[in-house]
Design a protein around this ligand. Structure first.
Ligand code: DP6
Length: 361
């Protein structure tokens, strides 16, 4: 599919008002997206586990308005008006207007809430933009009911990408790949696809416990971090490594080869942070407790041969990844050894999930 496939046909009806609600999960990348060019085109392909319980629920109420001169919307976050989210939403609406031209015809009331505590340091832009995109696609389907399901999902992912790159991987489950790759059929820079190759059952119920090391504001945003990959001395090698890692993952994911999976995933996480540390200006998002946790994971894995590993996103929190078969032991390990490194002892259990769902009512 190309950009033109996402331009809508003529709308058949324009309801006066309505309301739609969708829940979208967060995702955790195994091969990381870091570096992009305008508009929201990734420098390298990435792949992520879709999560399950870390999610955003968004409802969009729409009401026809007379003047169609601009965007009109109210934004409520966890029941309260949220003015500081509005510029990001406005930029998003500007970027997607061409593809969903009904936007200026309505006044929207957008209400959004997260399943995870706000200020947990968990990025909500992926789940938030995915949920909002599904709501907008649902409204578009009311205006033009003939849109088929695969176009519906591809376009939701396309819109979500224009809000936040990683959001395009939160529409579907269980493993979603984004970014054109010559050996992955139907892969695209424009939207995420369900991973098209064999996936060993071990990965379909994989667990992710998010250890909340630091809940404060990040020193450097992802947006700035991505920009610092321009002119970065190691950028080209890094991008090539991501392409190669996606090739390697094909057999790892099919065979359920956890030893190789662990090597690749941990290397991706540390490479991401190595890119940050070697940017100019350089920066470090890990905290001392991030490193304490990583060392304890390595010691525990060595001593018990339990296939548990870590990954990191653009922050200090650690995602602990492990098969559901070793869950009981790993939960003891977390309680006994890792919780002390989390801010207020907090962590969140999650696992691989299956993507967005519509909420009735
Ligand atoms: C480190 O998707 O947050 O989590 O496109 O600027 O919104 P924008 O960036 P964003 O970047 C995510 C970076 C990452 C890696 C990943 O999820 O692949």
């Amino acid at each position: 599919m190309t950009e033109n496939d996402f331009l809508p046909g003529a709308y058949q009806k324009m309801p006066e008002n309505g309301k739609v609600t969708w829940k979208a999960p967060s995702n955790i990348a195994l091969v990381k997206y870091w570096g992009k060019r305008p508009v929201q085109i990734p420098a390298n392909p990435s792949i992520s586990f879709t999560l399950d319980s870390c999610a955003t629920t968004t409802s969009v109420a729409f009401e026809k308005k007379d003047a169609i001169d601009g965007f009109s919307f109210d934004l409520l976050f966890e029941g309260q008006p949220k003015e500081d989210f509005k510029p990001k939403i406005r930029t998003f609406l500007e970027r997607i207007e061409k593809y969903v031209p009904f936007l200026k015809e309505y006044h929207f009331t957008i209400e959004t809430s997260n399943s995870f505590p706000h200020s947990s340091g968990i990025a909500s832009s992926a789940s938030g933009m995915a949920a909002l995109s599904m709501c907008l696609m649902d409204i578009e389907k009311q205006l033009n009911p003939i849109i088929d399901e695969s176009l519906f999902h591809a376009k939701a992912s396309y819109l979500a990408r224009l809000g936040s790159g990683s959001a395009c991987r939160s529409i579907k489950g269980n493993l979603v790949q984004w970014g054109a790759h010559e050996n992955i059929p139907n892969s695209s820079d424009l939207y995420g696809i369900e991973y098209p190759f064999e996936i060993n059952p071990v990965f379909k119920s994989y667990c992710d416990t998010i250890l909340l090391v630091h809940k404060g504001q990040k020193q450097v945003s992802s947006t700035v971090g991505h920009q610092l990959m321009h002119g970065h001395p190691y950028a080209e090698n890094r991008f090539q490594q991501a392409f190669d890692n996606l090739d390697k993952l094909k057999t790892i994911l099919a065979e359920g080869n956890l030893e190789e999976f662990i090597k690749l995933v941990e290397s991706e996480a540390l490479t991401l942070h190595a890119m940050m540390m070697t940017s100019m200006p350089y920066f470090i998002l890990m905290k001392p407790d991030t490193l304490e946790i990583i060392n304890k994971i390595w010691e525990y894995r060595e001593a018990t041969k339990t296939p548990v590993c870590f990954t990191l996103d653009a922050g200090a929190n650690v995602h602990l990844l492990y098969p559901s078969s070793v869950k009981e032991n790993v939960l003891d390990f977390i309680k006994d050894e890792l919780a002390e490194h989390c801010e207020n002892g907090q962590y969140i259990h999650d696992q691989v999930g299956s993507g967005t769902i519509k909420i009735n009512g």
